[in-house]
Write a protein that binds this ligand. Structure first.
Ligand code: B12
Length: 213
């Protein structure tokens, strides 16, 4: 890996939001392609963070800092990636379900998915079944991710899946769910395609859904 890509990886791992923008611009000035910076600078950094997080060696605040640093670099790269018509890993629509205002975990999933090369459409929080249905109709994502932190709002996940079935859209999208009270057995019970207990595993699941390693 070139020195500057290594520095970009390290800036992600360290959550160094201030330096990463300069480093990204320097890399572009040096003639590196936006895609190369994403694939060989940001993603290895985020992969490392994901592994450390799963292993319990990094914690939520550090992962959030890393994700924000990556986001700052992505803000520079995104217009260039779009220009080049770069093939992204797939499209993920995310939202915290209706009645639920908790979005820290969902934001983490969003940033980690972006870091893994997915286009992410974040519908925000308090997202009702019909909003998900509209998003699937209009944006044709590969994956929907629903987050719930309240036992009372988990039911909205089931209602969303039913609404997608009724709209005839269920088979064209994979559905993953998560959030502290959510479990694999709940996912099985409501007919979701998968559950992940943390943002790094959510990325693995999304990759599995679209057939990316
Ligand atoms: C921060 C917080 C808040 C903040 C939310 C701020 C925000 N912008 O999100 C505020 C103060 C607003 C809040 C409000 C309330 N809260 Co609150 N809150 C929490 C708290 C302390 C932390 C949640 C959090 O952010 N965790 C950190 C993130 C990173 O973890 P996470 O969300 O689980 O996400 C990870 C995974 O679950 C997974 N994941 C998450 N989403 C997704 C999605 C997909 C697709 C996948 C695959 C994976 C995935 O990946 C994430 C990253 O690894 C929890 C307690 C706790 N320790 O969990 C209570 C908690 C969730 N809150 C609770 C309650 C009761 C409330 C209120 C009702 C309180 C009140 N009486 O007003 C309100 C509800 C408001 C509403 N309508 O939503 C209860 C819920 C109880 C229950 N079983 O239903 C908890 C458990 C506290 C408690 N012990 O009582 N809360």
């Amino acid at each position: 890996m070139s020195d500057i890509l290594q520095e970009i990886s390290t800036a992600v791992i360290d959550g160094n939001k201030d330096d990463i923008v300069d480093l990204t611009e320097d890399a572009l000035d040096d003639g590196l392609e936006a895609q190369a910076i994403l694939n060989s600078g940001l993603m290895p950094g985020m992969d490392y963070v994901g592994k450390e997080f799963r292993a319990g060696s990094m914690f939520v605040p550090e992962v959030l800092r890393a994700a924000r640093a990556m986001q700052a670099s992505m803000d520079v790269l995104k217009p260039l990636l779009a220009e080049g018509g770069v093939e992204l890993a797939g499209k993920v629509v995310l939202g915290t379900v209706k009645g639920d205002m908790h979005d820290i975990g969902k934001n983490l999933v969003s940033m980690m998915c972006e870091g893994a090369g997915f286009e992410v459409i974040d519908l925000g929080k308090d997202v009702g079944p019909n909003d998900f249905v509209t998003a699937v109709k209009e944006m044709n994502p590969n994956v929907i991710g629903m987050s719930a932190l309240l036992t009372t709002t988990m039911r909205s996940m089931e209602q969303t899946i039913k609404a997608l079935q009724e709209a005839g859209l269920r088979d064209q999208v994979k559905i993953m769910i998560g959030g502290a009270p959510v479990t694999q057995s709940f996912a099985d019970q409501i007919g979701a395609d998968g559950y992940a207990s943390n943002a790094a595993s959510a990325v693995d699941l999304a990759k599995q859904f679209v057939g990316v390693k």
